[in-house]
Design a binder for this molecule. Sequence first.
Ligand code: PMP
Ligand code: GLN
Length: 382
Amino acid sequence: MIPPIASKLPQWEPSIFDTMNQVARQTGAINLAQGYPDFGTDPELVRLMQEALQEGHNQYAPMAGLFSLREAIAAKTRDLYGAHYDPETEITLTNGATQAIFTAIAATIREGDEVIVFKPAYDCYEPAVKAHGGVPVLLQLQGPQFRIDWEGLQEAIGPRTRMLILNSPHNPSGTVLGEADLKRLEELLAPTEILVLSDEAYEHLVFDGQEHQSFCKFPGLKDRSFICASFGKTFHVTGWKLGYCMAPEPLMREFRKLHEYIVFSVNHPAQRAVYRYMEDPQRYLNLGAFFQEKRDAFLQALEGSRFRFRPAAGTYFQLLEYSGISDEPDTVFARRLAREHGVAAIPISVFNLNREDHRQLRFCFAKSGETLEKAAAILRNL
Ligand code: PMP
Ligand code: GLN
């Protein structure tokens, strides 16, 4: 007899990324759904990975990650954001941002703890909270610019609030938080003992001369934050699954206790390769300009279409609103767009509070010029 288990995630369903990938495969549609580049990785980074393999870095890396890479992350964080993290005790390499997020939640959230999550939200936060007995408290971001409802936030904070999860640049909306938002948050949290999980997977993908506002720039936020980042996004290697977490020593100490027993340590040759690749800061500093060009090419090619949009301020996702074309629900329209017209995208309602549907789809523009051109030509004619 197979013993029954009470599911920790009874509401689970396949992720929208898997679902739309499958639809794209079955229909042969151009896949602008899941967020990953369709162009090649820099041959130099591939060469560095080969070099690391050939040099024999094929055994376990240290539990917290290669020290030289932690030092490079600390130096980058100091240079870009003026914030100090001790590589010895405050930075840990992880299996992508996903594991950093899961581990930070596992280390801190107990039965009954409330965790405030802003919707639409990337899909890995709520399951991690629930799996540890926490209670997600969901707040919808407001209006076309997905702003924080500050009064709503103040009201949602109560004696059981343990953590706030924020994500800027924001997936799926492509919006970014500004300095004034972070200052306001810093003030609001000052009298509390609430922790923050800041998902900064797209930190280098900010456009139009804006600057990424890392939570570590604000002392009142830095002291309470786990900051999670992804080399997969930064260096076009989502399949390498390499990221990191930074947090003040007492928080990182607890993080590492869980990290050690979730993964122990992460991909050693990839850490060597990324360490060497990071020696040239232009490789991440140029990323904003690189993706801004792609966003602009995509939006220019859409000129004259019936989609409505605000150019993404960050990430490599562009929302397009299609109410001028169809009044179908977004999940239905997304499937039909793939099946009948050959472009796959992500419907946004699945990430919204109560699955609110604003007739918006998310398109990934981390694609070759040719792919974007082809997709836009189809979209323009709808
Ligand atoms: N956070 C956000 C907002 C994301 O879009 C993603 C997807 N890359 C992740 C975290 C997970 O990153 P990784 O692939 O490094 O696990
Ligand atoms: N981060 C990727 C996106 O938003 C998806 C990763 C996944 O499939 N979970 O498209």
